[in-house]
Design a protein. Structure first.
Length: 66
């Protein structure tokens, strides 16, 4: 009987550990995806800034020619 209770207690505690590990893995994956999206957003912003900078430079050059 004691062995059965000990085995049941061990199984219950092991299940809690698995749930905690699964939750941690899920959170880590969500954070990884969030960081990946943030990098994409940053890259897009850099491209837009570069395009705007080039456009301003071109406009300034065109104005200087006139």
């Amino acid at each position: 009987m004691k062995a059965l209770l000990a085995a049941l207690a061990l199984a219950t505690l092991a299940a809690c550990g698995v749930e905690t590990a699964t939750t941690a893995a899920t959170v880590a994956e969500a954070k990884r995806l969030e960081m990946e999206q943030a990098k994409k957003t940053l890259d897009m912003a850099k491209q837009k800034i570069e395009a705007a900078s080039q456009q301003m430079q071109k406009s300034a050059e065109d104005a200087a020619k006139d």
